[in-house]
Design a protein around this ligand. Structure first.
Ligand code: GLV
Ligand code: MG
Length: 338
């Protein structure tokens, strides 16, 4: 798999671009499956071509008595199925759990040549990444692998948020980070039972009208995750890693899911987790740039071939910086069209 880091290198203004490299593979959704369930294993050949990333989950949501079956199911899937352009990932158990050593030893030894990324939950600081990095290096050497398996950190504890810049920079293996709102809410003692999304209790209220102090005051729901997601986007992009929004737990609320994913996309995330087939379609739609915006961005790039100076296009000011904004949009659209 191509290292995503090149995507965030500063764009060369006005650089000729007949053959631009694919900046990173399509990564709009990380689709979670539990391979301890044989019915799910049987569905993989149909599901794999419809998603950018397929993840065999070994951690939370997999019951303790099915941990080994989930690992064995993932090994079977990795051995039996050709994934083509779809990436194969796993979420291993937490680093202090009794299963994680077997997770890594078995998976790298058995299907390391197929495994693109290991997602590490509940990362608290760079020390967790250093541990996984060294262990992977040993296991890769033993298995004779000729390319490194990358590492993805889930940001889901207060300590992880406090250390997120150091985590992102901890190893060149860092492929990216996801935001884990359920564990993070528990770790912070936030008073919500939801997995991601807004909350009707998290509001700001307009001032009272001095002319009519008894009139009802407008209030607006706020996004309780904005601060952490924005920090994660900065920490990732600063080192050339990819930021992802995590799960949206209310599977029936497709509108809420789309709204949360879109806010993350606008802030800079490249994808999100999908926990149900309905969320795959939402992620595909949301994490692909809007065709009207792409058309406008192409118009700007064509009108300013050297990307310099100030220009008016459709009544809007364009300059060196807006040229780069347009380039981001067009690059993503072209990458997804391949
Ligand atoms: C995901 O793992 C979460 O805790 O939200
Ligand atoms: Mg979690």
């Amino acid at each position: 798999m191509r290292n995503p880091r090149d995507f965030f290198k500063p764009l060369a203004i006005g650089a000729p671009d007949p053959v631009r490299e694919i900046p990173f593979p399509p990564s709009r959704m990380i689709h979670f499956l539990d391979f301890s369930n044989e019915k799910m294993v049987a569905k993989v050949p149909d599901i794999a071509p419809t998603v950018d990333i397929l993840l065999g989950n070994l951690e939370d949501a997999v019951p303790v008595d099915r941990k080994e079956a989930a690992r064995a199911g993932l090994v079977k899937v990795g051995r039996d199925i050709e994934f083509g352009d779809t990436q194969l990932w796993t979420r291993i158990n937490a680093l202090e759990s009794p299963w994680v050593l077997d997770d890594l030893t078995t998976l790298v030894g058995e299907i390391g040549h197929k495994l693109d990324v290991v997602m590490v939950p509940k990362v608290e600081g760079p020390w967790d990444i250093h541990y996984v990095d060294r262990l992977l290096a040993q296991l890769e050497a033993k298995a004779g692998l000729d390319r490194p398996i990358l590492v993805h950190a889930i940001l889901e504890t207060s300590q992880g948020v406090a250390n997120l810049e150091e985590i992102a920079a901890a190893s060149p293996r860092i492929q990216g980070m996801s935001f884990g709102p359920a564990d993070l809410a528990a770790s912070r003692r936030m008073k919500t039972t939801r997995v991601g999304g807004g909350h009707p209790g998290y509001q700001t209220i307009a001032d009272p009208d001095p002319e009519n102090p008894d009139a009802p005051r407008a209030s607006y729901q706020q996004d309780p995750w904005h601060y952490s997601i924005a920090r994660m986007v900065d920490a990732c992009t600063a080192v050339g890693a990819l930021p992802f929004y995590g799960p949206y737990g209310d599977i029936r609320d497709l509108e809420g899911c789309e709204t949360q994913f879109r806010a993350a996309f606008l802030l800079g995330c490249v994808g999100a987790w999908s926990l149900h087939p309905a969320q795959i379609a939402i992620a595909k739609k949301v994490f692909s740039p809007d065709p009207d915006e792409v058309r406008f961005a192409k118009k700007v790039i064509e009108a300013i071939p050297d990307g310099r100076g100030v220009h008016m296009i459709d009544g809007k000011m364009q300059d060196d910086a807006t040229w780069k904004q347009c380039r981001v949009m067009v690059d993503l659209a072209e990458m997804l069209a391949r």
